[in-house]
Design a protein around this ligand. Structure first.
Ligand code: 16C
Length: 258
C-alpha cells in the first residue's frame, strides 16, 4: 500500500530566510535583539549617567563619557520626532546603499562587500580624515527588519536597522593607511498615525515618526580625546538633521510607504 501513496513529502519547513544559513546569522540575530531592546528603553530606564549634549526642537542627544584602553568610546543615544515620514521610509533610506552618498557627509568611499540577503548587507566604508588623526574605515554588516507593534497590534509596524562591525579575512584591519573603527549602531523607528477626524484620506500631515538612534564607536587607535568629542558633538546633530531632512525631501511627493 505504501508504494501507491507516491513520493514522500519532506516535513522540514524551509528556512525563513536564506540568510539564516550564513556564518554571521547567529550573531546578527543576537545583536539585533539586544540592540532593539536597549533602543526601546527611555533615557531614564537605561541607567544613570546620560548627559544631554545637543538639543534642537524635538531632537535630543545624550552621551555617556566612557573610555576603553584610554580611547574615547562614548555611547550616544538620540531621540527625534519628525512629521510627515514613516518609520519604514526612514529605515529604507538609511539601509539602502544607493542613497548613502546623498546624506552621509563623513563618507569618502563605500563598497558593498557581500549581499547576504535582501535585508542584510556587508559594507566597507572609508571616512573623511580628521586632523591630526589617521583616516578611519569601518567594515560592518547592516540588517533591516520589520518588528511587530506590541503596544498597538493594529498600529503601523516598527522598523529597525542595526549596523555592527565584523571581520573579513580578505580585508584585514589596519594593513593600509586607514585605522579600522568598531561600531554598533541601532536606528529604531516608530510611526504614529493621527487619522483625519472628518474621514478624509490620510496624508503626510497625519504622520509622525519617533526616531531613536543609538551608537557606540571605538576609534580603534589613538585619537586625541578633545578632538574626538568636539567632532562627534558637531557631527551627530548634523547627521540626524541632514538625514531626516533628506528623507522628508525624498518622500514628499511619493505615496506613504508603511
Ligand atoms: O550611522 C551612521 N551612518 C551609517 C552609514 O554610514 C553607519 C556608519 C557609521 C560610521 C560612524 C563613524 C564614522 C566616523 C569616522 C570619522 C568621522 C569623520 C568626520 C569628518 C568631519 C570632516 O552606521 C551615521 C553616522 C554619523 C557619524 C557622526 C560622526 C561620529 C564621529 C565619531 C568619532 C569617530 C572616531 C574617529 C577617530 C578619528
Amino acid at each position: 500500500d505504501r508504494l501507491k501513496t507516491g513520493p514522500v513529502v519532506p516535513v522540514t519547513p524551509p528556512p525563513t530566510s536564506p540568510a539564516s544559513q550564513h556564518r554571521l546569522w547567529p550573531e546578527i540575530e543576537n545583536v539585533v535583539k539586544s540592540q532593539v531592546n536597549m533602543a526601546k528603553m527611555g533615557i531614564g530606564e537605561c541607567g544613570a549617567g546620560w548627559q544631554l549634549f545637543a538639543e534642537d526642537g524635538e531632537m535630543k542627544m545624550y552621551r555617556r563619557e566612557e573610555e576603553v584602553d584610554g580611547m574615547v568610546c562614548d555611547p550616544l543615544k538620540a531621540v527625534h520626532v519628525v512629521k510627515g515620514i514613516s518609520g519604514h521610509e526612514v529605515c529604507h533610506y538609511f539601509f539602502n546603499p544607493q542613497y548613502r552618498y546623498d546624506w552621509e557627509s563623513t563618507l569618502e568611499h563605500m563598497t558593498v562587500l557581500e549581499t547576504i540577503s535582501e535585508d542584510t548587507l556587508v559594507f566597507l566604508q572609508t571616512h573623511k580624515r580628521i586632523w591630526p588623526a589617521s583616516q578611519r574605515e569601518g567594515l560592518f554588516w547592516s540588517h533591516i527588519r520589520k518588528l511587530p507593534n506590541e503596544k498597538d497590534r493594529d498600529g503601523p509596524d516598527i522598523w529597525t536597522v542595526v549596523n555592527n562591525s565584523t571581520e573579513y579575512s580578505e580585508h584585514p584591519a589596519n594593513n593600509g593607511k586607514c585605522v579600522r573603527i568598531f561600531l554598533t549602531v541601532c536606528l529604531l523607528c516608530q510611526t504614529t498615525v493621527d487619522p483625519p477626524k472628518d474621514g478624509t484620506t490620510l496624508t503626510r500631515d497625519n504622520l509622525s515618526c519617533k526616531i531613536t538612534y543609538c551608537s557606540v564607536v571605538n576609534p580603534g587607535g589613538w585619537a586625541p580625546a578633545s578632538v574626538l568629542r568636539a567632532v562627534y558633538k558637531r557631527e551627530y546633530p548634523k547627521f540626524l538633521k541632514r538625514f531626516t531632512a533628506y528623507v522628508k525631501n525624498q518622500t514628499k511627493n511619493k505615496p506613504i510607504m508603511f
